[in-house]
Ligand binder design. Structure first.
Ligand SMILES: [Zn+2]
Length: 384
């Protein structure tokens, strides 16, 4: 029996799996994959209050192992009244499928699964394994319990993957025009600067930390950017908040805090970035505290024969020559890159996270064919 990829997508979209809710989405995929002899492991990881559901499914035990990675969680729909149709009751209008997760990224999960099932149905001999890493938390604050934890489990259980494709929406204007070979890293910083509280009229007895904070932030903002590199835009610092919390007009505050985010390219590692910023702060004052939340790190895959196979597959199905990009947000590819080469390729990202998120039905069938071609090319390449 062959599953229609559009029907499968509609079913998966109908689970309201808003991060970190799973709403049955992972189990739905597990049941399908088990029917087709995938060995499935439901991996639930928890921080005590929130549990993230994940799935690792593998067909065959042979090597090499080609992996698809994706997430079933979606961002909240926003004001449902603004949607033309219910975000969790997928609807096709004029050849376009509407629903939350249509491009980010339930459709590509279904496309990859159907691509594999069609190959099996056509008696295509898979000379290796095919696996899927599906996480229930990519969009939220608990991504530590998603792909990152699954990879840890895989290492502990000798589950190795040789190449991974992540189905995030990478296409800009037409399906297949862009694939992502890397992304900038993202690090969040907290900075506190201390002074001595006092009366504005008796400033000689106080020590105002506000101007020191301003000076530090300006120097950090000026120092972080580089010239960019072969595949990357320059690094950038954005100050997201500065707080004194002073609602009087006559008190010099004793404390000021700030937060900023740095999107950094391959000129930096998190440690080098921290050292640079710490050094800037210490030149301004000794009365500060700086901390960093590493988040997802920078990665880039130098184009090689593996990136060629996805480019060739896209060209064959769409006629388009895909371009390499590292722009846009970070994804779980930043974790997977520590295990094997990884590339991101998926649908048009124009409506991702938006009201009336949608995908052209034609693109759903096309991307299924691209993934199918890609799987065949991968195993052909490995045979050589
Ligand atoms: Zn996504």
């Amino acid at each position: 029996m062959i599953i229609d990829v559009v029907e499968l997508t509609k079913k998966l979209i109908s689970f309201p799996s808003i991060t970190p809710q799973d709403a049955g989405a992972i189990n739905f995929l597990k049941e399908i994959l088990e029917k087709y002899n995938f060995n499935c492991h439901c991996l639930d990881f928890s921080n005590g209050s929130v549990t993230v559901k994940n799935l690792y499914a593998r067909f065959s035990n042979k090597s090499p192992n080609l992996c698809f990675a994706g997430h079933t969680d979606v961002v909240p729909p926003g004001d449902i009244k603004q949607w033309i149709s219910d975000p969790f009751k997928p609807e096709i209008r004029n050849g376009i499928l509407y629903g939350r997760g249509a491009v980010d990224m339930k459709t590509t999960i279904c496309a990859f699964i159907v691509a594999v099932l069609e190959l099996l149905n056509e008696k295509y001999e898979i000379d290796g394994s095919i696996s899927l890493i599906i996480t229930g938390d990519e969009e939220g604050d608990f991504s530590d319990y998603g792909t990152k934890s699954v990879l840890k489990w895989m290492r502990q259980n000798q589950q190795e993957i040789d190449y991974c494709i992540v189905g995030e929406p990478t296409s800009k204007d037409a399906l297949g025009d862009t694939i992502k070979i890397g992304s900038r890293g993202s690090a969040n910083f907290n900075l506190k600067c201390y002074g001595t509280q006092g009366h504005v009229a008796y400033s000689q007895f106080a020590d105002n930390p506000v101007s020191r904070m301003m000076l530090m932030l300006q120097r950090i903002k000026d120092s972080v950017p580089d010239r960019g590199s072969e595949y990357f835009d320059p690094s950038n610092c954005e100050i997201t908040t500065v707080d004194v919390g002073n609602d009087t007009t006559n008190i010099i505050p004793g404390l000021i805090t700030a937060r900023f985010n740095v999107r950094y390219n391959d000129h930096y590692t998190p440690d080098i970035l921290f050292a640079l910023i710490n050094n800037i702060c210490s030149e301004v004052t000794k009365k500060y505290e700086l901390s960093m939340d590493k988040g997802r790190e920078v990665f880039v895959v130098t184009p090689n024969q593996y990136t060629d196979i996805i480019v060739d597959s896209i060209k064959k199905i769409t006629g388009i020559n895909a371009k390499f990009s590292t722009s846009g947000g970070t994804s779980d590819a930043a974790f997977i890159k520590d295990m094997c080469p990884v590339v991101e390729f998926g649908l048009l990202n124009k409506t991702a996270h938006k009201i009336d998120e949608n995908v052209a039905v034609d693109d759903i069938y096309k991307i299924t064919r691209i993934y199918k071609e890609f799987i065949k090319n991968f195993f052909e390449l490995k045979k050589l």
